[in-house]
Design a protein around this ligand. Sequence first.
Ligand code: MG
Length: 391
Amino acid sequence: MTKIKSVRTRAWNWTGPTVPPKGNFCTNASDVLWDKGDAMSSFRFHNWLTCEIETEDGTVGIGNAALAPTIVKKAIDKWYAPMVIGEDPFDYAYIWEKMYRRSHAWGRKGIGMTAMSAIDLAIWDLMGKLSSKPVFKLLGGRTKEKIPVYYSKLYAGSIESMQAEAEEAKKNNYQGYKMRFGWGPKDGMAGMRENLKRVEAVREVVGYDVDLMLECYQGWNLDYTKRMLPKLAKYEPRWLEEPVIADDVEGYRELNAMNIVPISGGEHEFSVIGCKDLIEKKAVSVLQYDTNRVGGITAAQKINAIAEAFQVPVIPHAGQMHNYHLTMANANCMISEYFPVHDVEVGNELFYYIFEGDPDAVDGFLDLDDNLPGLGITISDKHLEHFEIEE
Ligand code: MG
C-alpha cells in the first residue's frame, strides 16, 4: 500500500492566439444585463487547472478543472491538499466524504466542489495506474465497442458559415450535432426568427437521420423558452440545453413537463444531491453533469446509479477523458459530447493544448485503450510558450 505524498497544482493561463469573438456568438446568463461591453467575457475561460497527486512510490495521478482555476488552486493548496496527504488513494470514498464534510459550510457547490473534483480525478487516475488498469475497467468495464460522439460547436454566425461548418463536420459522420443560439429574450421577435432560421439551415445540411441538439447556455428565460418550444418542435431537436439559469430548477421542470422538446442540463449543477433533485423532479430528460465540477468520478458514479434507476440518460458535459471513461463504463451513457480540435476560441478546446492522449473521433466514434492504465492522459509540453503558469 502506497500513500499520497504530495499534491501539486498549476493554473495555466493561455496567452497565445485566440479567435476573436463575434456578436451573437452564443447566448449566456449575462444577456439580461445592461450590456456595457463584451457580455461573453466572463464566459470565456482561457485558463485551466491541473492537479497532480503523487504517492510515495513515485506514481503521479493527474486531475484537472476548468472553472476559476486560480481560485480553485488556492482552495486545493490551502484547504483540501492537507486532508489528502498521508491517505491511501484506494480509500477514495472516505477521502471524498472527508473533503465534502470539512468544507460543507462553503464548499458543496462551486469552487469547493470543483477543487474536490480535480483531486478526485487525480485519485482515480492514480488508482488506475497503481492497478495497471484503465479507469473504465475499475468502473464497470466496457459497455460498448466504441463510443458514439456528437459534434459540439456551431456557434451562431452567418447562415452560410454555419452551413459550411456543418458540411465540413459531416465528413466525419458524427452521430449528432450541437449548435448554439445567438439571440435571446432581449432580441425580441426578430431574434427569434434569426434563431429559427439557423436551426432550419443546419437541419438542411445534417438531415433528419441524426440528432440535432440546441444549446441556450442559460441565456433564455422561462417565458421566452415557452414561446420558442412550439416553434422549434418541427425541427425535431434531440434536446434543448440549459434554457434557463441553473438555479431555476422549477423552470426546468415546467419546460420539461410541456413535453414538446426534451430539456437537458446539469453542467452547472454540483454533487450527488444537486443532481438527484434534477432527476427526481423530472427537471431534465437528459442529465449533463460535468465530471470535473460535479464531484469527480466518485460523485459521478453515484449520480449515474440514480439516473439509471429513473431512466434518465446521462451524457456528461464536454469531451475529455474523465467523461469518456464514465461513458464507456455506463450503459446509460450512450453518446459523448465531442469538441473538435481547433484554434483557441471560447476555451472549450483548451484541454487539447494542455494534455496529450485525448482520442480523436474517427468516423463518428472514439475508443479507449484497454491496456493504458489510469485516465490515459499526460501533461503536454508542446504549447508551453503560449501559457503563463502559476505554481
Ligand atoms: Mg452546454
